[in-house]
Design a protein around this ligand. Structure first.
Ligand code: EPZ
Length: 414
């Protein structure tokens, strides 16, 4: 439950990135031994991925906050069961590592989700270029690969998931692999750093061309997960609608350059400070225009959060979603709170209002849920955000973190 809050003030520590941690966990399949991951967020999706790894035959422990130990002693059962994949499509990240390690993989075909169909055709065709073969049997993708041989793979679209699956397969393929039009998100570079520490040869991660020299052996190592830029965007959006002054610890300004520029246009003053960011906002957010694109463009995951801010901006704003068709499930919920948003295909026109009005609303997915929390901070009265389990998938104790900054947020156990 959220209600209008005065200015936020204080310091918040940003957790490790969900969208890196899940893939680093899958990469542990590639080497026997004991892997140690630090800065791993305590969120529901990480627990789900731990379940997938345990179903495959790895041991996962959390001996201390933000720390995870993954033990791999061979004897893998290369299957990711439907009941887990159905709850978390990121489970498909085990495809590449399993094919590279045991030469086979059986993963439930992920369904669609709130953004519509989420195909993995580029994952499969890229892995086929490396020598894998797939068949769809009773809803499962069954992949086999006697041996993986390096190839040149050009992605039609810089898919994050496809780039990661191909990376994790190519590090053990024979010979040289080149991925062209690779995704450039910071989480890709984080995965490549982990693989290189394990003994792989990955060059160019973070650019649109990645070269990989396959190796025979990889070893279990330690690694710390990159900070979550999506959590940073969430707190900056909360600041933008509430006003105040924040210090965000453990974050990387170089991962969010365009976000900093766009939030500046909205009136949020942001400066890198030490291992994080200082940010301040006074008065009503300014209207602006936003366009999502693959990294280094403005992330699609930022849009719901920024649209919540633009709902109370001092004019009319425009937003275009270019990554996921149909990722506007949150618009109807914001409209219930008095937001004036028109949807035109993959565009939004947002007419800023002085204030939203609190209402019971429902989160259809992680970032939409966070956006509704942000909207509740600038709404008259109380907002009940139902579907909190979606928020828990991607955020570690966000209500505690917001409350500590002065926000009026209460968790209702339903
Ligand atoms: C990752 O999803 C993230 N999830 C998403 O974050 C994020 O929004 C997305 O990247 C874009 O940055 C995780 O990392 C777990 P894509 P992913 O493959 O890998 C199409 C969150 O809130 N496509 O780059 O699925 C696809 O339909 C989540 O944390 C194909 O057509 O994203 C989409 O339109 C939400 N065929 C576009 O590409 C394929 O084989 C981008 O998808 C693969 C993708």
């Amino acid at each position: 439950m959220v209600s209008r809050s005065g200015p936020l003030n204080g310091e918040v520590s940003i957790s490790g990135a969900k969208n890196s941690a899940l893939k680093l966990m899958a990469a542990c399949i590639l080497a026997e031994g004991t892997h140690t991951l630090d800065n791993v967020p305590d969120i529901a999706d990480v627990a789900l991925m731990a379940g997938v790894l345990e179903a495959i035959g790895l041991e996962v422990e959390r001996p201390a906050p933000a720390r995870m130990v993954v033990r791999h002693e061979g004897g893998l059962q290369p299957e990711a069961p439907y009941e887990l994949v159905e709850r978390m499509r990121a489970s498909t990240a085990v495809l590449g590592p399993l094919l590279a390690t045991v030469g086979e993989a059986r993963v439930a075909m992920p369904g669609g989700d709130d953004f519509g169909a989420r195909p993995i055709d580029m994952h499969l065709s890229g892995l086929e270029s490396l020598g894998a073969t797939f068949e769809l049997s009773h809803g499962d993708i069954c992949g086999t690969a006697e041996r993986l041989v390096g190839a040149e793979i050009a992605l039609d679209y810089p898919s994050v998931g496809a780039t990661e699956n191909l990376l994790m397969a190519a590090v053990r393929a024979e010979g040289h692999t080149t991925i062209l039009n690779a995704a450039r998100e910071p989480e890709i570079a984080d995965l490549a750093a982990f693989l290189n520490r394990m003994g792989a040869t990955v060059l160019g991660a973070g650019t649109s061309r990645i070269d990989i020299e396959g190796v025979e052996e990889l070893r279990a190592v330690s690694h710390s997960v990159v900070p979550d830029r999506l959590e940073v965007a969430t707190f900056l959006a909360a600041l933008a609608v509430s006003g105040g002054e924040l210090v965000l610890r453990n974050t990387r300004a170089d991962h969010i350059e365009l976000l900093i520029e766009r939030m500046g246009a909205m009136g949020v003053r942001i400066s890198p400070e030490g291992d994080g960011l200082w940010a301040m906002c006074r008065g009503r957010p300014h209207a602006t225009s936003l366009v999502t694109l693959p990294y280094p463009g403005l992330a699609t995951d930022f849009l719901p959060l920024l649209v919540a801010v633009l709902c109370v901006a001092d004019g009319t704003s425009f937003a275009t979603e270019n990554v996921f068709a149909g990722r506007f499930g949150y618009v109807g919920e914001l409209a219930r709170m008095g937001a004036r948003i028109t949807v035109e295909d993959h565009h939004l026109v947002i007419e800023g209002v002085e204030s939203l009005s609190g209402a019971p609303v429902r989160a259809p997915d992680i970032r939409a849920g966070a956006a509704l929390l942000v909207a509740g901070l600038c709404a008259e009265g109380t907002t009940e955000v139902h579907g909190g389990e979606h928020i828990d998938r991607g955020y570690e104790a966000i209500h505690d973190k917001l409350t500590a900054l002065g926000a009026h947020v209460e968790r209702l156990e339903t």
